[in-house]
Design a protein around this ligand. Structure first.
Ligand SMILES: C[S@@+](CC[C@H](N)C(=O)[O-])C[C@H]1O[C@@H](n2cnc3c(N)ncnc32)[C@H](O)[C@@H]1O
Length: 259
């Protein structure tokens, strides 16, 4: 797996059904998301995150710039655009960015296609970086360098919030099946053999020790279990009181780069 392959996966997914690839609630697949309902989930999610950040004393500086990494069609970027002085949405998929551009309501919000772990920004460019339901699709050999670069482009005092899948929860059968498929990449191999292209989503875990190592001296201020790793996530972010007992264990990290 390299980033070219990941990019091709997402170009295919974006072409087929971008909304359904982003929020995978099966009842909304095959083009059944309504545009405004879909975008409203982004506003609700960012509202929940900002309330949580206020509760733990990690409010970002809204007078500066925000980055939405893996922005898709801009579901979350637009909500950040309503709050921050400027905002950049970045995605590996050109088709996703074309759609994001078509939904953009703000001159101070820009979208960028980029497919390298070195982000095209100077040190300390952003007061807030957000990334949700993205790194879970990125192989670990790339997600760790991305985390390091998030810290590089985060301003002193800046806040980084991202979700990753930590691990698989034991021990029910569906979790074990996901685990086996994850290890063997059965679907990927079958699709390769049939020449059907890579239209599925790769899923990867990044355990907390690897996250902390990648973040270096940046302070992990908070970790929450969330429902975002669920295979039918519908955009309604929920902080869970404890780790899920089956499927992927999703964690949301709040990281502060001390001044
Ligand atoms: C499930 S969607 C989430 C989109 C958006 N974060 C949201 O919640 O609405 C995952 C997005 O991450 C993008 N992506 C995957 N790997 C990426 C990478 N290495 N760099 C930038 N974007 C990436 C995909 O193209 C896709 O748009």
């Amino acid at each position: 797996m390299n980033l070219d392959k990941l990019k091709n996966d997402w170009e295919s997914l974006a072409e087929r059904d971008a909304f359904g690839a982003i929020l995978t609630d099966p009842s909304r697949g095959d083009g059944r998301w309504d545009n405004s309902e879909f975008m409203a989930t982004g506003e609700a999610e960012i509202g929940i995150v900002m309330s949580h950040l206020a509760g733990i004393g990690c409010v970002p500086n809204f007078d500066c710039a925000a980055l939405d990494f893996g922005c898709g069609v801009g579901r979350l970027t637009q909500a950040l655009g309503r709050r921050f002085a400027s905002c950049v949405g970045m995605d590996i998929s050109r088709r996703m960015i074309e759609k994001a551009d078509s939904f953009n309501q703000y001159a101070h919000c820009q979208y960028v296609v980029h497919s390298d772990v070195r982000l095209p920004f100077a040190e300390e460019s952003f007061s807030f970086i957000y990334s949700n339901i993205v790194l879970q699709h990125v192989p670990r050999g790339f997600s760790e360098p991305y985390l390091r670069d998030f810290v590089r482009v985060l301003a002193p005092g800046g806040v980084l919030v991202f979700g990753v899948q930590d691990s698989f929860a034991a021990p029910d059968i569906s979790s074990q099946m996901i685990r086996v498929r994850h290890i063997l990449r059965i679907r990927s191999r079958i699709q390769d053999a049939l020449g059907l292209g890579q239209r599925h989503m790769q899923m990867h875990c990044l355990p907390e020790r690897a996250v902390r190592r990648a973040l270096g001296s940046a302070r992990v201020a908070d970790i929450q279990f969330t429902n975002t790793a669920a295979k039918d996530f519908n955009g309604k972010l929920v902080y869970l009181p404890q780790a899920p007992t089956s499927g992927y264990v999703g964690k949301q990290y709040c990281v502060v780069k001390e001044p």
